[in-house]
Ligand binder design. Structure first.
Ligand code: HEM
Length: 217
């Protein structure tokens, strides 16, 4: 068993546990099972499936990068998994750009666009810092990058809370009906997940994270 903090294990289990059921319909390679409305089976659907597969690789490899024993004792493995993390984000991120043109709601499309740009930018900064052996900087940027990767998880976890917030806001009535409530919540959950994760990363995790000078060797 890998020795890591309990909070790390909880994050791994929750993230994988949340994303696998969301991914499952796309692993059947059947466009009829897609939750996203598919208007093009030639481009949109394969790009969506590829986006999901590579995004999942990013989540899994991302978690490996935070295992202290691998980072400290097996730097070569850390570097190789790190490359897989960066490559999977670049592939998944470029596909997310393509999906932007198929997204039905403008609010949602803009959230995905901002998320994609930040995903690629933070990951690139983390990679560059590692190549230049600026490990303190590298750590900060990789935490930012992974925080954005996990925004996909948080966005989904926040849905029940946002539904509750919506009903409270409308004093427990649904003026536009159930469908409008779901539409409105799904238009803002990505923004909510992104903002929440950025706040957690900048105010809680980065200030607490140690300067990894040990790994500078
Ligand atoms: C962090 C950057 C990410 C961006 C910018 C992004 C972007 C997108 C876009 C544009 C769509 C199509 C949505 C639509 O047309 O309504 C989508 C769908 C999806 N993405 Fe991502 N994504 C990201 C991360 C992830 C991650 C890390 C996963 C984890 C596996 C993931 C899993 C999915 C799934 C399962 C769908 C299908 C929608 C659903 O059924 O809920 N995405 N993503």
């Amino acid at each position: 068993m890998i020795k890591q903090k309990k909070s790390w294990w909880i994050l791994v289990i929750v993230s994988i546990g949340v994303m696998v059921p969301f991914m499952y319909p796309y692993l059947t390679f059947d466009p009829d099972k897609s939750r996203v409305n598919i208007t093009s089976t030639a481009i949109q659907y394969p790009v969506l499936v590829a986006h999901i597969i590579f995004a999942f690789i990013a989540i899994v490899t991302g978690f490996f990068q935070f295992i202290d024993s691998i980072r400290h004792r097996h730097p070569k493995i850390h570097r190789n998994i790190g490359r897989m993390y960066v490559i999977s984000i670049f592939i998944s991120g470029i596909f997310a750009f393509v999906l932007f043109f198929y997204t039905e709601s403008f609010t949602k499309a803009m959230a995905f666009l901002v998320l994609t740009v930040l995903w690629l930018f933070t990951t690139w900064k983390a990679y560059q810092a590692a190549v230049k052996r600026r490990f303190h900087e590298h750590r900060k940027w990789i935490i930012r990058s992974f925080g954005i990767t996990l925004a996909a998880v948080n966005a989904r976890l926040l849905v029940p809370f946002l539904l509750l917030g919506y009903t409270v806001f409308h004093t427990f009535t649904l003026p536009g009906g159930r469908d409008l409530m779901i539409d409105e919540v799904l238009n803002i959950n990505i923004w909510a997940g992104l903002v929440l994760n950025m706040v957690i990363v900048e105010w809680v995790i980065i200030p607490k994270s140690k300067n990894p000078l040990k790994s500078n060797k």
